[in-house]
Design a protein around this ligand. Structure first.
Ligand code: SF4
Length: 331
């Protein structure tokens, strides 16, 4: 057993300072992922810095009509907040579908964005995994990879990103505010997540000692209809096999604006920009949606047990877009 020192801090500057000073330290928020990983020895920090007393739980409406959500706001509180339910149904749905009630009441918004993959080999310290131990190989390539990614993969790692919330926020053009030893900075959430490439152990564009303090969500596109569609093996408490976050505006019979992001099929929350390009200016029809899906999935690569995901992703895109536009899609 390895001892862990624990401290509880009350302000952001102290939290950042303590973690920055010790390379073997980690922040601890809701703990719903972190504590799991400690128990199975996947993460073994020497020091945990509990940040639950930091004043980062506010859900504020901004003057421009957007939201600023404190990083320690609980997923359940955000899902229940009036402005979220009324103006961001896509976000409320992703939060509800993303975890059980008990987990939503504990898990923080910032922690959700930082959660690690559920690849079963990542969670088994007896087998090779390039993400857990760089250079040790990827057991999933030739192993049980039914749940693994088909987009954004590399020959080092094919693990999916597990978050539903992150997919919704990427579709909504959210921005994260990060406090670190060099001050505060902002980053588009779409740039925050990294594809594995040759460094699968690096999942986020954030340094040691840096802390997400807030998530800013711009106003939803005027006149848009949005939803989050999640396809999974069972109807509750399960990760996505495929999901789609869509926000679509139709004017004069054509799609004027389209936002589309995918979950469950990619190594990171996947903004489907190729599909968006096909959608804008076209009539909302199943033919258009299928063409958009085809374009987005052109670079998809599967590894045997997850071959079905390419077709599943296509059908999920078509169905989500059909539901958002009352189109005739039946996939
Ligand atoms: Fe590890 Fe990634 Fe391979 Fe899973 S897919 S075993 S996380 S390297």
């Amino acid at each position: 057993m390895r001892p862990i020192s624990y401290s509880r801090v009350a302000d952001v500057a102290t939290a950042v300072g303590v973690v920055t000073a010790d390379p073997e330290s980690k922040f601890l928020a809701g703990g719903t992922n972190q504590v799991d990983l400690l128990r199975i020895y996947v993460e073994q920090p020497a020091r945990l810095v509990d940040i639950n007393d930091l004043p980062l739980r506010e859900i504020e409406e901004r003057p421009d009509g957007g939201l600023r959500i404190g990083a320690l706001a609980r997923m359940g509180d955000v899902a229940r907040a009036g402005p979220v339910r009324e103006r961001y149904p896509l976000l409320a749905q992703a939060l509800h579908l993303g975890a059980s009630t008990q987990l939503r009441n504990m898990a923080s918004m910032g922690g959700n964005l930082m959660q690690r993959t559920r690849c079963l080999y990542f969670r088994d310290v007896e087998v090779g995994c390039n993400k857990r131990v760089p250079g040790s190989g990827c057991s999933a390539m030739q192993g049980v990879n039914r749940g693994h990614a088909v987009l954004g993969t590399s020959d080092q790692c094919i693990a999916t990103h597990p978050s539903d919330l992150a997919v919704a926020l990427v579709a909504l053009d959210a921005v994260v505010q990060i406090e670190g030893p060099d001050g505060r900075r902002e980053l588009d959430l779409d740039e925050f997540f990294l594809e594995p490439g040759d460094t699968p152990e690096r999942e986020h564009r954030i340094g040691h000692g840096e802390l997400i303090v807030a998530i800013e969500v711009p106003p939803p596109p005027a006149g848009s209809r949005s939803l989050y569609l999640k396809v999974r093996d069972r109807d509750s408490y399960e990760f996505a096999l495929a999901s789609a976050a869509v926000a679509v505006t139709v004017e004069s019979g054509v799609i004027a604006e389209a936002r589309l992001a995918l979950g469950g099929v990619a190594t990171r929350p996947w903004r489907a920009r190729q599909a968006e390009r096909v959608l804008v200016g076209a009539p909302p029809s199943e033919t258009t949606f299928a063409a958009a899906a085809q374009e987005e999935l052109r670079p998809a690569v599967s590894h045997g047990m997850n071959d079905y995901k390419i077709e599943l992703a296509r059908r999920t895109i078509v169905r989500a877009l059909s539901m958002a536009t009352d189109g005739g899609g039946t996939a």
